[in-house]
Design a binder for this molecule. Structure first.
Ligand SMILES: Nc1ncnc2c1ncn2[C@@H]1O[C@H](COP(=O)(O)OP(=O)(O)OP(=O)(O)O)[C@@H](O)[C@H]1O
Length: 241
């Protein structure tokens, strides 16, 4: 699969506004934020602390609804303001992969089991899930760590397992919130490169919230948030293709 063949949007977030609280506790965390991510596109979302990045990501991840605005995933309108047009739990499980700052692996399951369980929860047989889990570990360069517990893995290896788990059910969207914050520059870059590989080879739409400016060349598109406003970086400062 190459990105040239795939032009459809994986994610369309249109005019998202989020207001927390009311009257004197009112905070407008996001104002009319719009972002479209194509299948096979990897996007970085930058911005200072408190600018609204997590608010945007949790809205697109169908975790916290926006006050207004529309979220369309792979052509299906799933959220319009606070109204949902899908069973969000099952829609999330099938269509969206999440990666957080810490890998959040289950400590008493081996690396391969951590990936496998995501597929079993989605109705896959144990055998098929195990075989795909091993395949994914190979794809992400950690096959030799299959039987290790998370505590025996480095931070970078744990994040690779978390990436494998996130892509196991072939989601059309991956959302990552500061996935390299706990890693050094070199390992952080390797994880960012994995996101680009997954996006470009699997046709997944990927959004990575990051403060890490060292690996921005890995991304196809860069957006910035400030005071709840979303802005796409002008083309001349984006990666040249
Ligand atoms: N549950 C909440 N209730 C009230 N205000 C909130 C809530 N969540 C976030 N906010 C406010 O909304 C604004 C945006 O917060 P958000 O967490 O989205 O920013 P961020 O860019 O992700 O910050 P950081 O980089 O520090 O994680 C901030 O002013 C924050 O205080």
């Amino acid at each position: 699969m190459t990105t040239d063949l795939i032009k459809d949007n994986a994610i369309e977030a249109d005019e998202l506004t989020k207001i927390y609280g009311s009257d004197n506790t009112k905070v407008v965390a996001m104002r009319d934020a719009t972002m479209h991510v194509k299948q096979g596109e990897v996007v970085a979302l930058l911005g200072p602390s408190g600018s609204g990045k997590s608010t945007f990501l949790t809205a697109v991840g169908l975790i916290t609804p926006p006050t207004s605005g529309r979220i369309t995933i792979k052509g299906k309108l799933v959220q319009d303001g606070e109204t949902s047009y899908a069973n969000l739990r099952s829609f999330r499980r099938k269509n969206i992969g999440f990666i957080f700052q810490k890998s959040n692996l289950i400590p008493f399951l081996s690396a391969v089991e951590n990936i496998q369980i995501a597929m079993e929860l989605n109705g896959e047989s144990k055998r098929a899930a195990r075989s795909r889990a091993i395949e994914l570990m190979d794809y992400l360069g950690v096959a030799d760590r299959a039987d290790n517990l998370p505590s025996m893995l480095s931070g970078g290896q744990q994040q690779r397992i978390a990436v494998a788990r996130a892509i196991a059910n072939r989601p059309s969207v991956i959302l990552a919130d500061e996935p390299t914050a706990a890693l050094d520059g070199h390992r952080g870059r390797q994880v960012m490169e994995l996101f680009a590989k997954v996006a470009h080879e699997q046709g997944t739409g990927v959004i990575v919230v990051t403060h890490d400016h060292r690996a921005l060349d890995v991304f196809d598109t860069i957006y910035e948030m400030e005071d709840g406003l979303m802005r796409k970086r002008p083309l001349e400062t984006q990666k040249k293709h």
